[in-house]
Design a binder for this molecule. Structure first.
Ligand code: AHG
Ligand code: MN
Ligand code: MN
Length: 332
């Protein structure tokens, strides 16, 4: 194991990419690393622990049942991020408003502490998504809403943790994407997937097809296109949908594919949240050579207007995103 690179080493090595940061940014990433180890441990034994499975009987601002593990993961990440004193504010799926913490901190974080909640109780992969920005408001003052409503193009770093058959942490700071696999024996994340790239032409499409008739004409036409038999273009594509964005995204990043969560008649802006689901994964996919779009515009160029804003989301292999955009933009 002596020739491996651990995440801790990697973070220190990369600190020189952030000359102005004098180590604060590294401390932030190591807070995320610590919290993800703690959450990973609980996820692994969730089936044994009554206090971790099931719902808490409360709803978040989006009217969704909060699962015990949602709340647990949220607490762990907030605690770890607060302790390092470099983060001044946190926006989370599980908190109605942003949380203002260390006023001296330079950075803000938007996060989905536990993604794929409906899969917690059935032993299927779930994840955490995070997005890091530099604050706009002056250091030493309380964080403001404006700090959180920055375009995705302003992200300093973003990534996710997938709690799957193994736990992995995948992130970018704008110089490509690197993936680290957790070795529970050693208690460290090891660089296992350096410089990840998504194939330009994927053959997997991932969508909740139960929403077919609620989707727009363009999306329906794309699904039919994906299912047509045409060996020259490797169709029909393979349908794969886990229902945990992180897990679907991670598979498609490695194998090549397109994840879709369209606007529907019942969710006119789609389901996924711009700040802590769509933007961070858009940054990762672009850094891996793919694209993320609403079907009409680049995700990272949207000017956010609220913390829990939703957008239609199509993310993955460049040529698949482009094909889908053709269908959507030719809708009458
Ligand atoms: P969360 O568990 O953080 O609320 O996110 C759930 C999201 C996403 O992970 C997943 O891809 C999508 O919801 C699944 O939605 P459907 O059940 O409507 O397909
Ligand atoms: Mn989510
Ligand atoms: Mn969540």
């Amino acid at each position: 194991m002596t020739d491996v690179t651990t995440l801790g080493e990697f973070i220190i090595e990369k600190q020189r990419d952030f000359p102005g940061s004098s180590g604060e940014f590294s401390r932030l990433l190591s807070a995320i690393r610590l919290a993800s180890k703690i959450v990973s441990q609980q996820v692994n034994k969730a089936g044994l622990l009554n206090h971790i499975l099931g719902s808490v009987g409360t709803e978040n601002i989006q009217g969704e049942q909060q699962q015990k593990l949602d709340v647990y993961a949220n607490d762990q990440f907030i605690k770890a991020l607060t302790k390092r004193k470099v983060v001044c504010g946190i926006a989370s799926e599980e908190n109605d408003d942003y949380i203002s913490i260390n006023q001296e901190g330079k950075y803000i974080i938007a996060m989905d502490p536990l993604d794929g909640s409906s899969n917690i109780d059935v032993n299927v992969s779930i994840g955490t998504i995070f997005s890091i920005y530099k604050r706009i408001s002056p250091e030493g003052s309380p964080v403001t809403m404006e700090d959180f409503l920055q375009k995705g193009t302003e992200q300093l770093a973003a990534g996710y943790i997938i709690y799957g058959s193994s736990t992995m942490l995948v992130y970018t700071t704008g110089n490509g994407v690197n993936g680290f696999t957790y070795d529970p024996g050693m208690g460290v994340f090891v660089l296992s997937h350096p410089d990840m790239k998504i194939p330009k032409d994927g053959t997997i499409y991932s969508i909740n097809e139960g929403n077919f008739y609620k989707s727009s004409k363009g999306v329906q036409e794309f699904i039919k296109y994906a299912q047509k038999i045409d060996p020259d273009t490797k169709r029909p594509y393979t349908g794969r949908y886990i229902g945990s964005l992180v897990a679907d995204f991670h598979r498609n990043l490695i194998k090549g594919g397109l994840y879709m969560y369209p606007n529907t008649t019942s969710s006119p802006n789609g389901k996924l949240r711009l700040l802590y689901e769509c933007n961070p994964l858009a940054y990762v996919i672009e850094q891996a050579g793919g694209e993320a779009s609403t079907g009409r515009e680049r995700i990272m160029e949207i000017q956010p207007t609220s913390l829990h804003q939703r957008v239609p989301y199509y993310v993955g292999s460049t040529n698949m995103v482009k094909k889908l955009e053709e269908f959507i933009q030719s809708e009458e």
